[in-house]
Design a protein around this ligand. Structure first.
Ligand SMILES: NC(=O)C1=CN([C@@H]2O[C@H](COP(=O)(O)OP(=O)(O)OC[C@H]3O[C@@H](n4cnc5c(N)ncnc54)[C@H](O)[C@@H]3O)[C@@H](O)[C@H]2O)C=CC1
Ligand SMILES: O=C(CO)COP(=O)(O)O
Length: 316
């Protein structure tokens, strides 16, 4: 919708024919965005070669853990153009490899890293779809390419800023989902705003600690891709990650939370990958550690809260 409103000709690749048909014929995606009318210049197809043909920009928004498989198929079929800019909207870290999504794209397609851009920030899809003023970051090693993507997605309701810190921007987007799970757990347990504020602030501290160790610019975490996305996601009932955490905080099982949330909840897998990344680099991420224990080891959220509160006292 943003691309179409900004004047681009858009072709969506969808797996289900009924989704592609509804977008093509009714300009709607009723299951995901009920009531939203898509611009006429947004088309859809289930045929990947048709979707990829002649594209200047390829925008990837599949779940992070499936990207490698999806891309491998598309790259093998020779669908990636020679000069195409590859854009990632995904906010996750790959299980097993600890790779960011831009790294997976570079690894699978063999393109130079400066052809990959990341669009991130406080960008809850349902709010963008109804045109609420929203800001985002376009991160790319290549400044000109970042500026080109920026102008391609610039609309009166969507304001992109460029940034050259791809690593920091991607890490901010992935870790905030884990912290949003923790905030959701607090909400589900009936805890208040002090608790959420503490989780957001200390969550930002552990995100920046990992980012700086990996080579990110610390200032990135004070921007839209860091604090902005963290606050937006942790405070919003629209966030799938926070909602998933709420279910766990109310004492429901992982399976019950999955059934209730339905859509992609990146933090559940990424908390494992981020914890491993942090341990591998000797970085302390106590909130991420506890979220992983609740999501994957059956720890009760109340025990996780007690574990965080009774850690050794220390300077801020
Ligand atoms: N929804 C949001 O507000 C935002 C989402 N993102 C990121 O975008 C990425 C995608 O999330 P959403 O679109 O929100 O999730 P979603 O769950 O709404 O949609 C994911 C889509 O991927 C499809 N899919 C599932 N498995 C697949 C596979 N194996 N191969 C190909 N397609 C598959 C699903 O059918 C669905 O259409 C995530 O990394 C998320 O963090 C980023 C910013 C905002
Ligand atoms: O990334 C998002 C907002 O910036 C969307 O968050 P959820 O995936 O938790 O809904």
């Amino acid at each position: 919708k943003v691309l179409g409103d900004a004047g681009a000709e858009v072709m969506i690749w969808a797996r289900r024919p009924e989704v592609a048909d509804a977008i093509r014929t009714k300009h709607a995606n009723p299951e995901y965005l009920p009531g939203v009318v898509l611009p006429d210049r947004v088309g859809a197809t289930t045929d990947a070669p048709t979707a990829f043909a002649g594209a200047d920009l390829l925008v990837f928004a599949v779940p992070s853990q499936t990207l490698r498989d999806n891309l491998t198929g598309w790259a093998r079929a020779g669908l990636i153009g020679r000069d195409t800019t590859l854009v990632s909207l995904m906010k996750g870290i790959e299980l097993g490899t600890g790779r960011r999504m831009s790294e997976v794209i570079v690894e699978v397609t063999g393109v130079e890293p400066d052809r990959v851009a990341v669009v991130t920030g406080p960008n809850l899809a349902p709010e963008i779809a109804v045109g609420h003023p929203t800001a985002c970051v376009v991160a790319c090693d290549d400044e000109e390419r970042a500026a080109a993507v920026q102008s391609t997605i610039f609309t009166p309701y969507f304001r992109p800023y460029t940034n050259d810190d791809v690593l920091g921007c991607e890490l901010g987007g992935a870790v905030k989902n884990v912290i949003a799970l923790a905030c959701g757990m607090a909400v589900g347990m009936g805890l208040g705003d002090n608790t959420k504020a503490a989780l957001i602030t200390r969550g930002l501290a552990e995100t920046a600690r990992l980012g700086v160790r990996l080579g990110a610019d610390p200032l990135t975490f004070a921007g839209l891709a860091g604090l902005g996305d963290l606050v937006g996601t942790c405070m919003s009932p629209l966030s799938r990650n926070r909602t998933f955490g709420e279910h766990l905080g109310r004492g429901e099982s992982l399976e019950q939370a999955r059934i209730a949330t339905r859509q992609t909840v990146e933090g559940v897998n990424s908390c494992l990958a981020i914890r491993d990344l942090a341990r591998g680099h000797g970085v302390e991420m106590p909130i991420t550690e506890q979220v992983e224990l609740v999501c994957h080891e059956g720890l009760a959220p109340s025990v996780a809260v007690a574990a965080l509160m009774t850690r050794e006292p220390k300077p801020e």
